[in-house]
Design a protein around this ligand. Structure first.
Ligand code: ATP
Length: 297
């Protein structure tokens, strides 16, 4: 058990100490890695998930004691399924996304992968099952190599290059005189928001999670770069289960199923067509977003 715990702590410790030196600290690290809990908070059971099926069961959560923002969420996500989460601002979509990725533990209820609660999985294993993608805190001060291998310490340069290649980043990485040794982040070589996003995506390719939770907010990136990034992102999503938080109804139409989050509950759940036909909140959201001129098949 000691070795086990050591395996969990060591890589994180090392990174924390690097970041401390750089005056970033553990909070930034947590966001960078999508890791919010210190290892000893976890109740690691040693059970292996029997599948990659992700379920939320009666999940409740509060940031402030006594004030739940999620009020009993049930959600079954099939392997390989694409789910879009939509709903009004402040409804709890990002919060639910963080719970589905195991970043916050539920107050009650459980998020499970293959019937094992995410809080029972060692952190090092958790990221192989589910990871969160956001557009915040993508790059820390360090070499390009260090920025990517964070996901899997000890990876070879070939693996790092393959990950960067998978997200179309080699076309600019190969032009850097120092290549993977290039120092990026504040004080280092400036990277664009889109390049920072590619670094984060390469990190994900290396981590290779079965399920991705995307909390999209493309405001940081200009439209041309965003289109380019869509290709990189598509390569990362390929073959994975995806839960996309569509703050602006962006990808809801293409999803297998849409979950409407309102006031901390899932108020509607079904295919785009079914929800439009049902004429409820989603239909109204879709209508207001797309305008009256939109033809809905
Ligand atoms: P948006 O579409 O605007 O991003 P959302 O549906 O993703 O909204 P959340 O960000 O999950 O909603 O917020 C749900 C509720 O939780 C809101 O009332 C919000 O103010 C609150 N909240 C979110 N993050 C925190 C936090 N770190 N501490 C305290 N309250 C929070």
């Amino acid at each position: 058990a000691t070795l086990y715990v050591q395996m969990l702590i060591d890589p994180v410790d090392r990174i924390v100490s690097i970041l401390d030196e750089l005056q970033l600290g553990a909070a930034s690290l947590s966001r960078l890695l999508g890791v919010a809990q210190v290892p000893d908070d976890r109740e690691v059971s040693g059970r292996e998930p029997s599948s990659e099926k992700l379920d939320a069961e009666d999940v409740r959560f509060s940031y402030v004691e006594g004030r739940d923002v999620l009020h009993g969420i049930d959600l079954d996500v099939g392997v390989g399924e694409r789910i879009a989460m939509v709903g009004p601002s402040g409804a709890g979509k990002s919060t639910l996304g963080r719970l589905l990725a195991g970043i916050h533990p539920p107050r009650t209820g459980a998020v499970t992968v293959g019937d094992v609660a995410l809080v029972e999985l060692p952190l090092g294993d958790l990221r192989g099952h589910v990871a969160l993608v956001t557009q915040e805190h993508h790059v820390f001060v360090g070499t390009l190599r260090e920025n990517v291998v964070l996901a899997r310490p000890g990876s070879s340069d070939d693996a790092v290059r393959a990950a960067l290649g998978a997200v179309d980043a080699l076309e600019w990485v190969d032009l850097l005189p120092a290549g993977l040794d290039t120092v990026v982040g504040s004080g280092g070589r400036a990277v664009t928001a889109a390049q920072a996003q590619q670094i984060a995506l390469a990190r994900l390719v290396l981590a290779d999670p079965h399920t991705l939770v995307l909390d999209e907010a493309t405001s940081l990136i200009d439209p041309r770069a965003a289109r380019h990034l869509e290709r990189s992102l598509a390569a990362v999503l390929e073959g994975r289960t995806v839960i996309a938080i569509a703050h602006r109804l962006f990808s809801a139409h293409d999803a297998d199923r849409v979950a409407v989050v309102e006031d901390g509950v899932i108020s509607e759940f079904g295919s785009h067509d079914d929800l439009v036909a049902a004429g409820g909140s989603y239909a109204a959201l879709w209508e207001s977003w797309h305008g009256a001129s939109t033809v809905v098949e």
